[in-house]
Ligand binder design. Structure first.
Ligand code: COA
Length: 330
């Protein structure tokens, strides 16, 4: 049956590694043990100062296109999921299009924080179903380390940089995206906030910088943890039940990688063995929307995902946003 199929995946993380020990050396009042115990993160990747989000997205996209056996000129639409675009205007996807020399492609960004990759896949699905576009490049990329306050030990330990991508089409063979689900709760979206530069605050100014408005802030991180787990659990249930399947049918869970303790809570709640979680958080931290796209690509390339496997990708992020993709790897 014709449906949304994945033709290729790709990912890229910058080579520079920032370990927990490096953070301590930078003068942060923390320890490797505390970070590992509370988050599961040992290290994260950091883009060099001259590297922008579209550079990371371009590397991941080239790999996805290569796996698909396609060139950038075959792509009709590029959707970039990001909350750290190169510039507010033009869209990050436009910079990516220029770097790929995919002049024929229509481009735009999707802003859904850590849920971005799944939201972008959901948008792609609508265009493919309608027959508007044939080949769509869905990328998710972030330079999160440029948004953090390195003096705020509660948040700066969490984030990293990187990109993931997938080429999708409407066809009747290949890895099948059985469903995508997306949800938003704007009323409670202010707990993860990057206020600076937006129209609600003053434009970038000495005053806004002095107030630290250009930093990502996280209010009630504890509360955010509980809300995230609840939505992860709901999203998994929604993904399987809408396809007439059960949690036990799933071979791999590839959630947004926010905190390893969240995986343990999800596992406990749904009685899922921890071995079914594909984990990258220990080496990359939280790369917002790119996290699950990178994990998917790594799971494909290292052979963890095999033919016939059912892959569930639940996500949760600032906004609030949450949802899932369920994929049968054929
Ligand atoms: N190193 C050492 N101590 C730290 C620390 C750090 N990096 N960060 C915070 N602490 C301290 C706090 O100051 C606090 O000290 P106190 O008890 O003396 O006041 C103590 O550790 C506990 O802080 P708390 O915030 O309760 O820790 P936590 O167990 O909730 O872990 C997070 C903090 C941020 C790791 C965790 O809440 C989390 O992951 N939240 C979810 C955030 C998230 O990912 N949201 C979704 C986005 S997609």
């Amino acid at each position: 049956m014709a449906s949304m199929r994945i033709l290729g995946t790709g990912s890229y993380v910058p080579p520079k590694v920032l370990t927990n020990y490096d953070l301590v050396k930078m003068g942060l009042d923390t320890s490797h043990e505390w970070i590992v115990q509370r988050t599961g993160i040992s290290e994260r990747r950091m883009a060099d100062p001259d590297v922008a989000t579209s550079d990371l997205a371009c590397e991941a996209s080239v790999k996805a296109l290569d796996m698909a056996g396609m060139s950038p000129q075959d792509i009709d639409l590029i959707i970039l999921a990001t909350i750290t675009p190169d510039t507010c205007c033009p869209a990050g996807a436009n910079w990516l299009q220029a770097k790929l020399e995919a002049d024929q492609a229509v481009t735009f960004d999707v802003t859904a924080a850590c849920s971005g990759f799944i939201f972008a896949l959901n948008v792609a699905e609508q265009y493919l179903k309608a027959g508007t576009y044939r080949y769509i490049l869905v990328a998710a990329a972030e330079v999160m380390t440029r948004t953090v306050n390195w003096k705020d030990r509660a948040t700066c330990i969490l984030w990293g940089d990187g990109a993931g991508a997938a080429v999708v089409t409407w066809a009747d063979s290949g890895p099948e995206i059985l469903s995508t689900h997306t949800h938003t709760d704007g009323k409670n979206g202010q707990d993860l906030l990057l206020p600076g530069g937006g129209s609600k605050t003053t434009p970038i100014s000495h005053e806004s910088v002095d107030k630290g408005l250009h930093y990502l802030t996280m209010i009630e991180a504890n509360q955010s943890f509980r809300v995230a787990v609840r939505h992860f659990v709901e999203s998994i249930k929604e993904a399987v039940s809408s396809n007439g399947l059960t949690v036990e049918d799933v071979d791999w869970f590839i959630p947004h990688q926010a905190n390893l303790r969240m995986f343990h809570s999800i596992a406990k709640s749904l009685k899922i063995p921890m071995e079914k979680f594909y984990v990258t958080i220990h080496k990359y931290g939280n790369i917002s929307g790119a996290s699950c796209a990178i994990a998917l690509d790594e799971a494909v390339r290292d052979g963890s995902i095999k033919k016939g496997h059912l892959v569930c990708m639940p996500v949760f992020g600032g906004g609030l946003t949450w949802g899932s993709a369920l994929i049968r790897w054929e």
